[in-house]
Design a protein around this ligand. Structure first.
Ligand code: C2E
Ligand code: MG
Ligand code: MG
Length: 548
C-alpha cells in the first residue's frame, strides 16, 4: 500500500514541477530587461534538470524496488516540488501587481488628476513623436492652444469647486469637437492644448470653429447656468517652429491675440508677433514694473452732482512700458489676477495712493480715496492687514478710504465677501459695488451685502440718452439702490446731457470724462485746487448757480 502511494506521489511531484515552468514562461515573455529574462530562463533550466533527475530516480526505483530511505527521499522531493510551484506562482502574482502599480503611477505622472486628460509632460512626448512623423511622411501638423474666456470669473465668484466641476463638464465637449487622431491635453488652469496630426491650416480652422461653436452652449453645474467662451491660437509645423516648445509658444501668442481682440481663434502670424505681447512677456514686465515703482496712479474725481462738491477720487492705475507702450488696465489686471501678481499690485496701489492722500491732506485737500480691489484680493484676510498697515504708515483715517469691488467678485459662493466687507466696515472703510449691472446679482443678494455705494457701470450711462433700455436700467438701479439705502455713483458721464438727465433722476454722485478725465497726481492736484477753492469750473459744468 505504502509503495503504491509513493509510486503515485512521484509523477505528481513531476507534474508540479512542470506546472512551475508556466509562470516562468509568462514572466520571461513580459520581462523588459534582458538580464532578468536570462535569470528566469536559468531558473527554468534548473527545474527541467530537477524533473530529469526525478525521472532517472523513478526509473531506478522501478528496477531496484523501494528501500526505506527512498520513502524519506520521495517525501522530501514532493515537498520540494510543492515549494517550487508555490514560489513561482507567488512571484508571478507579485510581478503582475508591481506592473499594475507602476502603470498606474505612469498614468498619474502623465495625466491631469482633475480631467484625466494627458498633461504637459505627455503632451511634450506626443508632440515630439508627432513632429517626427510629420517630418518623415512630409504631412502637415498643427497645434492649438486654448484658454477659456470667463473661467476666472467662475472660479473667483463661485469658488474652485464649481471651477473644477465646470472644467470636468467641458472636457467631453472639447473631445467631441476634435478628431479621433487628435490629442488634447490640459496644461493647467483653464488652458488646453491640442495636437492635430496631418491637419493643414484649413483643417485646423475648421476644428477651431467647431470647438468655439460647441463652447457657446451654456454649461450647467448644479443650479448654476454658466456661459463660457474659448479663445484659440493656432500654430503650424514646420512654418512656425520645428520643436514642441516653439510651436506651443507661437500658439500662445496667437491665442493671446485672439483673446485680446475677441476673435475666437487666431493663426500665428510672424509679422504680427514682432510687436505683440505674449502673456509671459507682459507678466515679466509687470512684475518688474511693480517692483521698480514704474506704474502710475491716476486719479479721477467723483462729484456730488447736486452741490458740485468733490466727493472722492478714484485711483486708476496706468502702465507705460518703454517697449510695449501704454497697456490699459483692462489688459494687465486680468493677467495680474491670473498669475497671483494682483496682490502685489493692490498693495502697491494702496501704499502709493494712501501716501498721496496723506500728502494732499497736509495741503488741506480732504477727499475720500476710492481704490479698486480684485476678487483675488478678497480670497483671504491678508488684504485687511495690508490696508491697516498702510493707513497706519501714512496716518490716514480709515474713513478716508473706500474700496471698490466689482459686482461679480461679490458673488463668491462662500461667505468671504460678506465677511471681508463687514471687516472693512468695522474698520471704518466704506465699500462700493463697482460695474453694477454687468454681473448677475439678485436683489436678495444685494440686500444681504453691507456696502454703502453702488456704481452704475459706464456701459449703461454712456448710451442712456440714445438707448431707451439703458435709461430704464439706470433708472431701475437708482430705484433699487435708493430703496436699499445705498448711495449711487454713475460712471461714464461723457456729456452735459447725460449729466443733466442723471441729476433729474436723482443720482447723487457722478464720474466721467465730461467732469474730468483720470489725471496723474500733479495735474489732479491743480484740478483739485481750482475746483475746491473757487468751484467755478465744475459748478458751471453742473449748471449750479453761484449765490455769492
Ligand atoms: P472701473 O473701476 O470701473 O473704472 C472706471 C473706468 O472707466 C476707468 O477705466 C476710467 O478711466 C473709465 N472712465 C471714467 N470715466 C469715463 C467716461 O466718461 N467714459 C468712458 N468711456 N470711460 C470712463 P480704466 O482706467 O481703463 O480702468 C478700467 C478698469 O480696470 C477699472 O474699471 C478697474 O476695474 C480696473 N482697474 C484700474 N486700475 C486698477 C487697480 O489699480 N486695481 C484693480 N484691481 N483694478 C483696476
Ligand atoms: Mg472702479
Ligand atoms: Mg466701474
Amino acid at each position: 500500500m505504502l509503495e503504491l502511494t509513493l509510486l503515485i506521489i512521484m509523477p505528481i511531484s513531476v507534474g508540479l514541477l512542470i506546472a512551475a515552468l508556466h509562470p516562468i514562461r509568462i514572466i520571461c515573455k513580459d520581462q523588459g530587461s534582458l538580464g532578468q529574462e536570462y535569470a528566469w530562463k536559468g531558473l527554468g533550466f534548473l527545474i527541467i534538470l530537477f524533473i530529469l533527475g526525478y525521472c532517472v530516480y523513478f526509473y531506478t526505483l522501478m528496477l531496484s524496488g523501494i528501500q526505506s530511505i527512498d520513502t524519506v527521499i520521495i517525501i522530501i522531493l514532493f515537498s520540494g516540488s510543492c515549494f517550487v510551484l508555490a514560489v513561482m506562482k507567488l512571484s508571478l502574482q507579485s510581478i503582475k501587481q508591481i506592473k499594475k502599480i507602476s502603470l498606474l503611477e505612469r498614468h498619474h505622472a502623465l495625466h491631469d488628476a482633475l480631467t484625466n486628460l494627458p498633461n504637459r509632460v505627455l503632451l511634450n512626448e506626443a508632440m515630439t513623436g508627432a513632429i517626427a512623423t510629420s517630418k518623415r511622411s512630409n504631412t502637415p501638423l498643427a497645434v492649438m492652444l486654448m484658454d477659456l474666456n470667463n473661467f476666472k470669473e467662475v472660479n473667483d465668484t463661485l469658488g474652485h469647486y464649481y471651477g473644477d466641476r465646470l472644467l470636468q463638464s467641458i472636457v467631453p465637449v472639447l473631445k467631441k469637437s476634435i478628431r479621433e487622431i487628435d490629442m488634447i491635453a490640459r496644461l493647467g488652469g483653464d488652458e488646453f492644448a491640442v495636437i492635430l496630426p496631418s491637419a493643414n491650416l484649413d483643417d485646423a480652422k475648421l476644428i477651431a470653429t467647431r470647438i468655439i461653436n460647441a463652447m457657446e452652449q451654456p454649461f450647467s453645474v448644479d443650479q448654476h447656468i454658466l456661459h463660457i467662451g474659448i479663445s484659440i491660437g493656432i500654430s503650424q509645423h514646420p512654418e512656425d517652429g520645428t520643436d514642441g516648445e516653439s510651436l506651443l509658444q507661437k500658439a500662445d501668442v496667437a491665442m493671446y491675440i485672439a483673446k485680446r481682440n475677441s476673435l475666437g481663434f487666431s493663426v500665428y502670424d510672424l509679422s504680427r508677433d514682432k510687436n505683440s505681447l505674449t502673456r509671459l512677456v507682459v507678466l515679466g514686465k509687470l512684475r518688474t514694473a511693480i517692483a521698480n515703482n514704474q506704474l502710475t496712479p491716476y486719479y479721477q474725481p467723483i462729484i456730488n452732482l447736486k452741490t458740485g462738491e468733490i466727493h472722492a477720487l478714484e485711483v486708476l492705475t496706468r502702465w507705460h512700458d518703454e517697449e510695449l507702450g501704454h497697456i490699459p488696465p483692462d489688459e494687465f489686471i486680468p493677467i495680474a489676477e491670473k498669475s497671483g501678481l494682483i496682490k502685489q499690485l493692490s498693495a502697491w496701489v494702496l501704499d502709493t495712493a494712501i501716501a498721496q492722500c496723506a500728502q494732499w491732506q497736509t495741503l488741506n485737500l480732504d477727499f475720500i480715496l476710492s481704490v479698486n480691489l480684485s476678487a483675488r484680493d478678497m480670497q483671504d484676510d491678508s488684504m485687511i492687514k495690508e490696508l491697516r498697515k498702510f493707513l497706519t504708515k501714512h496716518a490716514v483715517l480709515p474713513s478716508q478710504l473706500n474700496i471698490e469691488i466689482t459686482e461679480s467678485s461679490m458673488m463668491l459662493e462662500s461667505n468671504q465677501p460678506h465677511h471681508l466687507i463687514s471687516k472693512l466696515n468695522q474698520l471704518g472703510v466704506s465699500v462700493s459695488i463697482d460695474d453694477f449691472g454687468t454681473g448677475f446679482s439678485s436683489l436678495a443678494y444685494l440686500k444681504k451685502l453691507s456696502t454703502q455705494t453702488i456704481k452704475i457701470d459706464k456701459s449703461f450711462v454712456i448710451d442712456m440718452l440714445d438707448d431707451r433700455s439703458d435709461e430704464v436700467i439706470v433708472r431701475s438701479i437708482l430705484d433699487i439702490a435708493h430703496n436699499l439705502g445705498q448711495a449711487v455713483v454713475a460712471e461714464g458721464i461723457e456729456t452735459k446731457e447725460s449729466l443733466e438727465r442723471l441729476k433729474e433722476l436723482n443720482c447723487r454722485y457722478g464720474q466721467g470724462y465730461y467732469i474730468c478725465k483720470p489725471l496723474p497726481a500733479e495735474q489732479m492736484f491743480a484740478w483739485l485746487q481750482q475746483n475746491s477753492k473757487d468751484d467755478v469750473d465744475i459748478k458751471s459744468k453742473l449748471s449750479i448757480v453761484h449765490l455769492d
